[in-house]
Structures are given as structure tokens and as C-alpha cells.
Design a protein around this ligand. Structure first.
Ligand SMILES: [Fe+2]
Length: 262
């Protein structure tokens, strides 16, 4: 499995859409997640206008997360919504939606699947940053805004969270669990960085920075370990299925498997 880490220099790969003038940065996920998900970042600019076309009929899953500015969206079952920074919308099983208008400083992350099977009815949810429950999760140095409403709506097929690092790494030689080599047994996971900084070591590609605009696909069973982090790192994670296990990996085994030096 390749493509664990995709580093997008800010703005470098945005291209204008011919019809709307909106800037689109397609995240090339082909071959990295069994084609379960595709993703793109959408950005507005002066003079750009959404085309207002309905979409979603062929999507088993769609998610949009507003990073900057605002978007006016219409959803088949929920009507019009003004989405602002931090809002998260999801639709499933062909629920249609359309973008009616947006601010000139709008930026959104969009994740789509046309192949993941969700054995639940067509529906849509909207969650705002302000009314979300922030709480504990897998790691004690991270504050989580859990996407429990998506997990519930999809019957556990897709879940995720918005995470904020709130605690520095220990200054002594003790290692927190996240700093030890470990792996997760999900089928697919997408990890997007929209603020802050950290470094992770991946079994296959070595140490890479986490910085704004980085998108990472971590395949099932790929070992990784945190190297450094800063308080304030903000991440957006979508995982299939929503619940998964974590196992710690023996360092000697890891070195042998990836032909790495001690
Ligand atoms: Fe991990």
C-alpha cells in the first residue's frame, strides 16, 4: 500500500473550475484507500459563483466541512442552511444537496464516497462548531469533537472527529501511547490538517510534517508514531468503520518489516 502521506503545499494545487470560477484542489486518493473515498478542497475568490446544481444522487456518502467564510446550502430534506466556519454537513444514500452562494473567503473540505455501502435510509445532518460536544477520546492530550451523529446515521459504517491538541508531549524520556509505534485496524481513514504543526513517523515513508493543508491516508495496519507536536494542532478525521481497534507494535519487528535501521 502506498500514498500514506500526501503533502499539499498551500494553494499550490488549486485550479479554477471552468463553470463557476471556484478553485478546486483535488486530493489524489486513487489507489491509496481502495477508491472508497475521494476528496477535494473548495475555495472561493472574487467573481466566483456556485452553479446551484443539485448533486448527490450518486453519492452513498458526502461530507462538507467549512474551514473559512460561509456557504448557503440547500439540502433536499432539510431546506436552506447558512453554514459558517466549523459547520459540518453530511448526506447519505443519494440525499441531494446544492450550493447556492458563498463568501469570497470561503474554503471547505469535501469528502465523497460512491461505493461504501450504508444500510440505513437516505438522510442528512448539520452540526455547528458551537453546539458540538467537545470531550475525551482515544488520546488524553487531544480534545475531541466526535462525529457521533454521523456514526449513528450511518449505522457505524462511518465516523470520525475534529481533534485539537491541548497538551504538550512529556519533556522527560517517558513515552505517551501515541509516541509508541502502533497501528489501527480500520478499513480506510482520511486525516486532514487545518492548523498547527506536528511530526509523525510512518513505517513505510518515515518522518513527515503535519501542517496546514496536509492530507494523509493511513491504510489498515500501517504502523506510525508521533515524533513531535505543538499545542493547537487541529485535525479532521474520517474513518470507516467508525469503531476500530489499536495495537502496539514491537520496534524490532517494525525495523525488520520496513527494513529500517535502529
Ligand atoms: Fe494512531
Amino acid at each position: 500500500m502506498h500514498g500514506t502521506f500526501l503533502d499539499y503545499e498551500e494553494d499550490a494545487t488549486f485550479a479554477p473550475d471552468a463553470d463557476t470560477g471556484l478553485l478546486v484542489r483535488t486530493i489524489e486518493l486513487r489507489g491509496t484507500n481502495d477508491d472508497l473515498f475521494s476528496a477535494y478542497v473548495l475555495k472561493s475568490r472574487p467573481g466566483a459563483r456556485p452553479d446551484g446544481e443539485w448533486e448527490g444522487a450518486d453519492q452513498t456518502f458526502f461530507l462538507t466541512f467549512i474551514e473559512e467564510g460561509w456557504v448557503d446550502i440547500e439540502i433536499e430534506s432539510l431546506g436552506h442552511h447558512r453554514l459558517i466556519k466549523g459547520h459540518l454537513v453530511h448526506t447519505q444514500n443519494g440525499e441531494r444537496h446544492r450550493m447556492v452562494a458563498c463568501s469570497e473567503d470561503m474554503q471547505s473540505l469535501n469528502i465523497v464516497s460512491t461505493s461504501i455501502v450504508i444500510d440505513q435510509p437516505k438522510c442528512a445532518t448539520v452540526q455547528s462548531y458551537a453546539d458540538a460536544d467537545w470531550g475525551d477520546g482515544l488520546r488524553t492530550h487531544v480534545l475531541y469533537r466526535d462525529f457521533a451523529h454521523i456514526e449513528k446515521a450511518t449505522g457505524g459504517v462511518i465516523g470520525g472527529h475534529h481533534g485539537k491538541i491541548i497538551k504538550e508531549a512529556p519533556k522527560d524520556n517517558s513515552k505517551e501511547p501515541v509516541q509508541r509505534w502502533h497501528q489501527h485496524d480500520w478499513t480506510a481513514q482520511l486525516f486532514y490538517i487545518f492548523g498547527g504543526w506536528a511530526e509523525f513517523d510512518f513505517g513505510d515513508v518515515g518522518v513527515n510534517p503535519f501542517k496546514k493543508g496536509v492530507f494523509m491516508v493511513l491504510p489498515n495496519g500501517m504502523p506510525h508514531a508521533e515524533v513531535q507536536r505543538q499545542v493547537g494542532l487541529e485535525t479532521f478525521e474520517i474513518v470507516h468503520p467508525a469503531q476500530f481497534g489499536t495495537a502496539y507494535v514491537d520496534e524490532a519487528e517494525l525495523r525488520e518489516r520496513f527494513n529500517r535501521e535502529a
